[in-house]
Design a protein around this ligand. Structure first.
Ligand SMILES: Cc1cc2nc3c(=O)[nH]c(=O)nc-3n(C[C@H](O)[C@H](O)[C@H](O)COP(=O)(O)OP(=O)(O)OC[C@H]3O[C@@H](n4cnc5c(N)ncnc54)[C@H](O)[C@@H]3O)c2cc1C
Length: 245
């Protein structure tokens, strides 16, 4: 596993999706160490002084993508509390931040054997750690992505997900509470009205026994889905979580 490094970065792109959800692209001063799909970084808005080594207050965000030269990194965040509010107020194109990465054990491919299905369950911005995995799905692994959105405009990684459906032939189920922008994809996408439902997810899984279940999102969602999966007969060892607590 690569040792985490601290790197200064400049915000080079900022996209607002509404409802206080943002995608941020940072240009780095130095290469980030190699990360694996599912890992995260620490971001601080305050200046870090490498001579003291004191790391200021920070929050962690899943690495949604990292360029091949490792000089550009993308995260997605939604405003939740004090720190993400501060990010919303402070971050403009050209702003400097410090990042340290990579961290985390939610490395999806590490949990999968040949011919297993990865059942990915993502609430909102919780889809971020799945994106690098979808861009580079190991051979002989099948993928079923279940993605819950408050409204269809919050579909953050539309191109990447569409590519995964078209090229890697993943199964995709979208759960949309408010379908205000029609999804014009091909027939292989199932669109449900409303919130993610473990009952529907399991009825879409082709082989329950040879599947692993990956859940990413806020702690309340994880706790609920974990319980529902276990109550439905899925053993705990087959459930892997990325809890954003
Ligand atoms: C592995 C992982 C990946 C995540 N990925 C994402 C992501 O991709 N996108 C996203 O939007 N969110 C992500 N989160 C959640 C994110 O890190 C924030 O916790 C969340 O946005 C809460 O918002 P806030 O910091 O504004 O809330 P705050 O109210 O400021 O704090 C919320 C939590 O942060 C922690 N905290 C409080 N003070 C400090 C401090 N001084 N130093 C360090 N931690 C403190 C506490 O646990 C607190 O409950 C992830 C979390 C984890 C654990």
């Amino acid at each position: 596993m690569a040792n985490p490094k601290k790197v200064k970065a400049e915000l080079s792109d900022l996209i607002s999706y509404g409802e206080q959800v943002y995608k941020l692209v940072f240009q780095l001063e130095k290469k980030l160490p190699k990360s694996k799909a599912g890992q995260f970084l620490h971001l601080t808005l305050d200046d870090f002084d490498p001579t003291t080594g004191y790391w200021p207050e920070s929050r962690v965000f899943s690495i949604a993508s990292c360029s091949d030269d490792r000089m550009r990194v993308t995260i997605v965040y939604s405003v939740k509390g004090f720190y993400t509010k501060r990010m919303e107020e402070r971050l403009k194109i050209g702003s400097s931040v410090w990042l340290k990465a990579p961290y985390g054990e939610f490395i999806i491919s590490n949990y999968l054997a040949d011919d297993e299905t990865a059942v990915l369950i993502a609430g909102g911005t919780g889809v971020s750690p799945f994106i690098p995995f979808l861009n580079n799905i190991p051979e002989r692994v099948k993928v079923q992505l279940n993605y819950g959105l408050r409204n269809s405009e919050l579909m953050i990684f539309e191109d990447e997900i569409q590519n995964a459906v078209d090229i890697s032939k993943i199964d995709l189920a979208l759960y949309i509470e408010k379908n205000n922008k029609p999804i014009n994809w091909n027939n292989s996408v199932t669109v449900y009205d409303g919130v993610l439902s473990i009952k529907n997810i399991l009825s879409d899984v082709k082989n329950i026994e040879s599947s692993k279940y990956f859940i990413s999102g806020p702690p309340l969602m994880i706790d609920l889905f974990m319980k529902q999966l276990i109550d439905s007969g899925i053993s705990k060892e087959k459930i892997i979580i990325d809890e954003w607590g």
